[in-house]
Design a protein around this ligand. Structure first.
Ligand code: GLV
Ligand code: MG
Length: 323
């Protein structure tokens, strides 16, 4: 079951991709303002560089300096020969300094269970807190999408469901090479809407975060904002960023606007007051020109949790009537 939105919500507005084969990028990532960083062993690392990349990542995690960022490592998918050794080397070497493993190209719930079991053994061997290391599951092909509901509930470790648009477009033979933009010839809506909604529904049904994937035209920050704005509007929690210029845009697009945040906090205060004995024990009341009820409180909880996690503070505080 999905939890109340006010429960601890960790911001993942911007999820910075950093190739594990490049120690300079790994060092630079520490100083950037992304909510999450993921150190990659998968598609941004050449096959012959993967073994060294594992070592770079362990060293970078253990050196520290990541501040409050969520620290994630993307391993290779289970159809390769690298996955088990990626997980063993990274968790054995830096398990205490790592928050999640990202599993790409997830196709079935069993693939998540396999990672969960391996993590559990490693936690036992290395005396790590059981179950603390989370799983981020990337949905990148048609089979993964058809199983996304089972994937989201395959393990309590699953924290996020991520859309991987580049691999996904290839997997379904979409007629475009420009990731995130509409395929030429499709002029009747958003070609990604169905996929995004499937992922969002599975995530929300099981209390997970939904994360949008990369936008590869890194110089086009307006394009990034436009594409990010769509998934943010649906309810996604954040998006991958590939370049420092995309970070500020993501942090803004996936945060509530200040007036929405103020409004949400005011709804919560007003609803608390009016449903109490002192406020008349009412369930549906007017707040200004708007009628609010229990459903309004639930919507407000979402905006309030995202705003608080984003560090917003109130600029307009509702006061109960004095008469
Ligand atoms: C990310 O991994 C993607 O395939 O878009
Ligand atoms: Mg991919």
């Amino acid at each position: 079951m999905a939890d109340e939105a006010s429960e601890t919500f960790r911001s993942r507005r911007s999820c910075l991709a950093t190739p594990g084969s490049n120690p300079r990028f790994l060092a630079k990532a520490k100083g950037l303002d992304a909510d999450q960083v993921f150190l990659d062993l998968e598609d941004s690392v050449a096959p012959i560089a993967k073994v060294d990349a594992r070592k770079n990542i362990v060293a970078a995690l253990n050196e520290g300096g990541w501040g409050s960022k969520i620290r994630v490592v993307r391993v290779n998918d289970w159809t390769t020969e690298w996955t088990y050794a990626d997980v063993i080397e990274v968790v054995s070497g830096a398990g205490a300094n790592l928050d999640c493993i990202m599993l790409p190209k997830v196709q079935t719930a069993e693939q998540v269970v396999a990672l969960d079991l391996l993590l559990t053994q490693l936690e036992k061997v290395h005396g790590l807190e059981p179950g603390r290391i989370g799983i981020e599951a990337q949905i990148e092909n048609a089979l993964g999408l058809t199983n996304v509901n089972a994937i989201a509930q395959a393990s309590p470790r699953v924290e996020t469901i991520i859309f991987g648009p580049a691999d996904f477009m290839a997997s379904i033979n979409m007629k475009s090479l420009v990731v995130g933009e509409q395929p030429p010839g499709y002029d009747v809506g958003d070609a990604y809407h169905y996929i995004l909604m499937q992922i969002l529904m599975a995530a929300r049904a099981h209390g997970k975060q939904a994360i949008d994937g990369p936008y590869l035209q890194i110089k086009d920050v307006d394009g990034f904002r436009r594409v990010a704005g769509r998934s943010a509007a649906l309810g996604f929690d954040g998006k991958w960023v590939l370049h420092p210029d995309q970070i500020a845009a993501a942090n803004e697009v996936y945060s509530p606007r200040q007036d929405d945040y103020d409004h949400a906090e005011n709804i919560l205060d007003a609803y608390d007051h009016f449903t109490s004995a002192a406020g008349g024990a009412r369930g549906a009341v007017m707040l200004g020109d708007e009628m609010i009820d229990e459903a309004s409180r639930k919507m407000a909880l979402v905006i309030s949790a995202k705003g608080r996690a984003a560090g917003l503070t109130r600029t307009d505080v509702w006061q109960p009537p004095t008469d």
